[in-house]
Design a protein around this ligand. Structure first.
Ligand code: ADP
Ligand code: MG
Length: 246
């Protein structure tokens, strides 16, 4: 561990796509049990930040650490570290020919070697946790978008991650299905899950977020406790962002 008790830390992170400098000297820490909500305009680097966190993208400079262990060091066993990071995307990407239960139990069985009966039992518990008990034998196309996204959250939780990353997980859903997914995330936060959440759902950000991180043009331009951010952002950029929402 470093000088803070942060679980997840970004220090001086730079990311380029060719000439395009998309993350600029990003410093950010997420404490254990903290919910950090990342907001900002489209193209500001929010998804890239999350994708760098589990090395779906490589960074060019700086360091990302989980529990003090570098994620960016080539020596690090990235597969082991990845198991400790759950990620849920806008598109659910469930395996279409597997049931909800199988989607959830697959990685524990294949990656962790959990015996099938244990993995299935855990998957049952997870389905209940996301409000889908009794749906284990359903295939993705038999489920609504909100239900599929809840299966995707359960699938990520099945690996028992230390931190969960959410990238606009409700953006592709019909409006009436957004609430059920946010409820699951709210419950997770209440249970003490450490979460880094990219969302446009400002009600959620305000209620569930501990801190708001505003990104613009690849930079973190504001990091403020959620209550304060929505009352009185500390930067002009933050004020402008909020005023556009009103
Ligand atoms: P956000 O999630 O905030 O909308 P992104 O992280 O998706 O922003 O994108 C940040 C910048 O990086 C944008 O300029 C985008 O065009 C660029 N970008 C994202 N992914 C790629 C990629 N795979 N290849 C090249 N450029 C990319
Ligand atoms: Mg994005």
């Amino acid at each position: 561990m470093q000088d803070t008790d942060a679980l997840l830390e970004f220090e001086g992170v730079d990311k380029y796509f060719g000439q395009n400098h998309v993350l600029k000297d990003v410093d950010l820490s997420v404490e254990e049990r903290e919910v950090v909500v990342v907001i900002g305009p489209s193209g500001s680097g929010k998804s890239t930040l999350l994708r760098c966190t589990n090395r779906l993208e490589e960074v060019q400079d700086g360091e990302i650490r989980l529990d003090g262990v570098s994620l960016t060091d080539p020596e690090t066993d990235i597969n082991a570290l990845r198991q400790r990071i759950g990620m849920v995307f806008q598109s659910f990407n469930l395996f279409p020919h597997k049931t909800a239960l199988e989607n959830i139990s697959l990685a524990p069985e294949k990656v962790k070697g959990t015996p099938e009966s244990d993995a299935k039992g855990d998957a049952d518990d997870l389905l209940e946790r996301v409000g889908l008990d009794g749906q284990g034998s359903s295939y993705p196309n038999q489920l609504s978008g909100g239900q599929q996204q809840r299966v995707a959250i359960a699938r990520a939780l099945a690996m028992n991650p230390q931190v969960m990353l959410f990238d606009e997980v409700t953006s592709a859903l019909d409006p009436e299905l957004v609430g059920e997914v946010l409820d699951v995330m709210r419950n997770l936060a209440e249970e003490g899950m450490t979460m880094l959440v990219v969302t446009h759902e400002m009600g959620f950000a305000r209620e569930v977020g501990d801190r708001i991180v505003l990104m613009a043009d690849g930079k973190v331009v504001e990091k403020t406790p959620a209550e304060q951010f929505f009352e009185e952002p500390t930067t002009e950029r933050g004020r402008r962002f909020l005023s556009r929402l009103l």
